[in-house]
Every structure is written in structure tokens, then in C-alpha cells.
Design a protein around this ligand. Structure first.
Ligand SMILES: Cc1ncc(COP(=O)(O)O)c(C=O)c1O
Length: 474
């Protein structure tokens, strides 16, 4: 019987082992050590293809720009470029990485609330597709820098659409109470005042309504907002826009396996189990916008998307070894889960929130499975923690808020030395990792489409722990 977490060409259970492509997880862990991230190029391609399916649901051109903030490992960026996706960057550093990974200027868009002069200069020099402008102040700064360089900067204005979604409060980005973008009236003012500027090419408008948005309807509200503003800019500023950017935020179903579904508060379950195809959400949104604004001509328009999570989250897993085990008197009220046990069993792994930051900041849920007993029933409750010296470095709910299950389920008698796999953790993990507690940042592998495995990042060495630190050798 297939498991809910199996993914064609990437993850499967065979002879009780977890297989990643043609390799057993155990073999990879023995060769490269744990914690170990493993990514699948084939899954990345499938996810990008799902996004390009949006083309069938709209009647204008589509440009998909992978949000590099989700994971900017160079080998992964190169795969994404090879597969045929463009890129969104969020700093001069990510811009540099994108160019180094081989993306051309016209494939790059550049977001960010606090751009420095040198970052703007680099973006103008590379003649990128659009610098997404966060405020009127920033627009005038870009104009000044472009004038000094004797160049014309392509810009798109980021607007506040006031679209609230049902995602986690920390992932909301489209309200005037969040820090991003400018108000629609400011954008209209900018189009009127800068449309003939020799150094600014105002070509589009941009929004991003948050990450892991569980409801399709938010995209309809977002698209209606874009069409309404496109029309207003055309009518009142007499400027024809070249593109609309709907942002990213398409969800990933982190709860494909429903075994622990009941342990989540309903609103949290809704976020983690969100499951719709981007083409459905964008298609419905497009249809509704065209119906409401029939006067908008879309033939010469390009629709931009900038998804991160939906491309890379379920294309990556983390293998981790159980390093410690202990019994504690039972604390939980959840007698159902604990059955007749009077103690609770703790397992401590070598993967902490220093490599999975969302686990701490947003209490993010990542399914865990036993990688060497993957066909056995996962029914025994464990308290599972990572290696860090923080009480919050755990994979269960410590606040009793229903954000995470109270226990994680694995086969009975899981013990030190056993290998576990943390699934769907390719996004916002290695992009945010840090060497807290002197922990080596992990090795990252990429399983290529030809079936071979390559190292995409070496595991840190002792010397990496002190890189850039200035001190006197003893
Ligand atoms: C401006 C912008 N675009 C795109 C994204 C990517 O979002 P996601 O990874 O949810 O698709 C983000 C992330 O929050 C963002 O801030």
C-alpha cells in the first residue's frame, strides 16, 4: 500500500526502508552524516510545471520567478534555472547569487523594504526585469541612482492590497499594518509624476498576500485589486502597464498524512492541510477579474508569479539520527494517545531549530517518519526534541495551543542510532540556518534528474565555526 507521504520519483517505502530516488536513506546518512538535507530535482521540476499550468488558465503571458528567499543554495538555483524558471531576489546578496547561478538580467526581479544604494546600482547595472519599489522615497532614490549611472531602471510598484488571508499571523504581508509596500494613492501619484522620467521605466504593479495562504478566494481578491489599480492607473495617469505581479504564497499540504490531523486546532489544521493547485486559484481569480473589469485589455500584459514554498518545500527532506532517549513521568492529559503507558518516552535527535527555524518561530509542522522502519505502523507516542540548549527546541506543542501535536508518532522501540526523516522541509530551512551552540551546518544533497546524487553543500568543519572571527591564536 502506498503511503500518503510517498512522492513519485522522489520518496518511497521499500523493504521497510525509506528510499530517495535509487538510494536508501540509510545509505546516504552513512555516507554523508546527519543531519542531512536531501533535495529532488525531479520534484522541483514537477512543482515548476504545476505553476506553469497557470498559462492554460489565463489569456496573457506568464512569468514565474522563483522566490530565492525560500532556498538559495547555488546548486538548487542552477537546477531551477535549467528547468526554465526565472527568479525573485530580496537583497544584493541574492542578486549576486542569481547572476552567479547564470540567470540573465531579464529573468530577475528584486524585492525588499530596505535596499541600499549599492544594491540598487547592481540591479540597474544588470538591467533586471523590475526593481519592485517599496515606497515613494525608494522610487526617488532609484531615479537619482539611475540618473547618476546614465541608465533607465525598470521598476514596478509594490502596493498594499489590504487582503487578509487565513495564514499564520506572522506570514501576513498585505495589510497596511504590515511593513510592505505603498498605498494605492501613492502609486497613482508616482505613475502621474514619473511617467516621463528619463531614468525610470514604470512598468508594473506588484502585491504579495502572504505565505501558505490556505484559501483560494484570497487570490481572487488580490487579482481584483490588481485589475482595479491597473485600470485606475491607465485612466487617471494615462500609463499602460506591462505587467501585473500577483506574488507567491501558494500552499503546500504538510498534512498529506492525516494520522495526527485531530491534534491541531481547526484554524491551524486549515493552514497546514491547504491543498489546491495554483492554476485553479489563479484561473478563478483571472476569470473573476475579467468579468468585473471587461474594459481591461490583457493581450500585451504579462502576469508574474513569485512562488517559493510551492516549488521547494516538498522537494526537500532532512535525515536526522536519534542520539538520546529517556523516560519521564507522564504529564499529558491526552490519555487516548498514551494508551496505558505511565511514562512518556523522549527521543532527542541531531536536528534542531537552528536548521529548521520555522519550527520555533511559527511552530511549523513537519511530518516525521522512521527511515529504517518506514512500512511499520507509526503509532507509539514520543516527545521528540532537537539538540539545542533551548526548551523550545522540540517537535511538539509546549504551549497547549494546538499548533502542533502533543506527541509525535513512530514505531514502538525507536531508539538511539535510528534514522528519522523530517518531510516537506525544503523551504525556509537551510536558507535560515545558523551555527547556534557550535553546531555544524549540515551537508545538502541534490538528487539529479539522471538519478545521480551530488553534494550541493558540504557539511561545516571546525574551521567554518570560526570563519570571519578575529582573535589571537593560542
Ligand atoms: C514579496 C514576496 N514574494 C514572494 C514570496 C514567496 O512566498 P512563498 O514562499 O510563500 O511562495 C515572499 C515570501 O514571503 C515574499 O515576501
Amino acid at each position: 500500500m502506498t503511503k500518503a507521504w510517498e512522492l513519485e520519483g522522489f520518496l518511497r517505502a521499500q523493504d521497510n526502508q525509506l528510499f530517495i530516488g535509487k538510494f536508501s536513506a540509510k545509505e546516504l546518512a552513512e555516507r554523508f552524516g546527519t543531519p542531512l538535507f536531501v533535495f529532488s530535482e525531479m520534484r522541483i521540476r514537477q512543482n515548476i510545471q504545476r505553476l506553469y499550468k497557470v498559462e492554460e488558465a489565463i489569456d496573457c503571458k506568464l512569468k514565474v520567478c522563483y522566490a530565492a528567499k525560500a532556498n538559495s543554495n547555488m546548486a538548487i538555483l542552477q537546477s531551477i534555472r535549467k528547468i526554465g524558471c526565472d527568479i525573485e531576489v530580496n537583497s544584493g546578496g541574492e542578486l549576486w547569487k542569481a547572476l552567479k547561478a547564470g540567470f540573465k538580467g531579464e529573468q530577475i526581479i528584486f524585492n525588499g523594504t530596505s535596499k541600499e544604494d549599492w544594491e540598487i546600482e547592481k540591479a540597474i547595472e544588470a538591467e533586471i526585469y523590475a526593481i519592485q519599489v517599496d515606497s515613494l522615497y525608494e522610487l526617488s532614490l532609484i531615479g537619482k541612482i539611475a540618473r547618476k549611472m546614465g541608465k533607465k531602471a525598470n521598476v514596478s510598484l509594490r502596493l498594499v492590497p489590504e487582503v487578509e488571508t487565513k495564514t499564520h499571523s506572522g506570514l501576513q504581508t498585505a495589510l497596511s499594518t504590515s511593513k510592505f509596500g505603498m498605498m494605492p494613492d501613492e502609486a497613482l501619484f508616482a505613475f502621474k509624476n514619473y511617467k516621463s522620467c528619463d531614468f525610470l521605466n514604470l512598468c508594473g504593479i506588484h502585491i504579495h498576500i502572504g505565505s501558505q495562504n490556505p484559501d483560494k478566494s484570497s487570490y481572487t481578491n488580490a487579482m481584483l485589486f490588481l485589475f482595479e489599480n491597473l485600470l485606475r492607473i491607465e485612466k487617471e495617469a494615462n500609463v499602460k502597464l506591462k505587467h501585473l505581479n500577483l506574488g507567491g504564497g501558494f500552499p503546500v499540504n504538510y498534512l498529506r498524512d492525516k494520522t495526527q490531523e485531530k491534534d491541531f486546532a481547526p484554524s491551524v489544521k486549515q493552514i497546514f492541510s491547504a491543498d489546491f493547485e495554483p492554476y485553479e486559484a489563479v484561473g478563478e481569480a483571472w476569470k473573476e477579474a475579467k468579468r468585473n473589469f471587461p474594459e481591461v485589455k490583457t493581450d500585451d500584459l504579462t502576469l508574474l508569479l513569485e512562488p517559493g514554498r510551492s516549488i521547494i518545500a516538498d522537494a526537500g527532506i532532512c535525515l536526522t539520527t536519534v542520539r538520546n532517549k529517556k523516560e519521564r513521568p507522564q504529564n499529558s492529559q491526552d490519555k487516548d494517545t498514551l494508551n496505558s503507558t505511565t511514562t512518556e518516552t523522549w527521543l532527542l535527535t541531531d536536528a534542531g531549530f537552528n536548521i529548521l527555524l520555522s519550527m520555533e518561530t511559527y511552530k511549523w509542522y513537519y511530518q516525521m517518519i522512521h527511515a529504517e522502519r518506514s512500512c511499520e505502523e507509526h503509532s507509539y507516542p514520543y516527545k521528540i526534541g532537537g539538540p539545542l540548549c533551548d526548551g523550545g527546541d522540540v517537535y511538539f506543542d509546549i504551549e497547549g495551543e494546538g499548533r502542533l501535536p502533543d506527541y509525535r508518532l513512530l514505531p514502538p522501540n525507536t531508539k538511539p542510532g535510528d534514522l528519522l526523516a523530517i518531510l516537506n522541509c525544503g523551504a525556509y530551512s537551510i536558507a535560515q540556518m545558523f551555527p547556534y551552540n557550535g553546531r555544524f551546518l549540515p551537508c545538502v544533497l541534490l538528487v539529479e534528474e539522471n538519478g545521480n546524487v551530488k553534494v550541493a553543500r558540504k557539511r561545516d568543519s571546525f574551521e567554518d565555526l570560526i570563519a570571519n572571527e578575529v582573535f589571537e591564536e593560542n
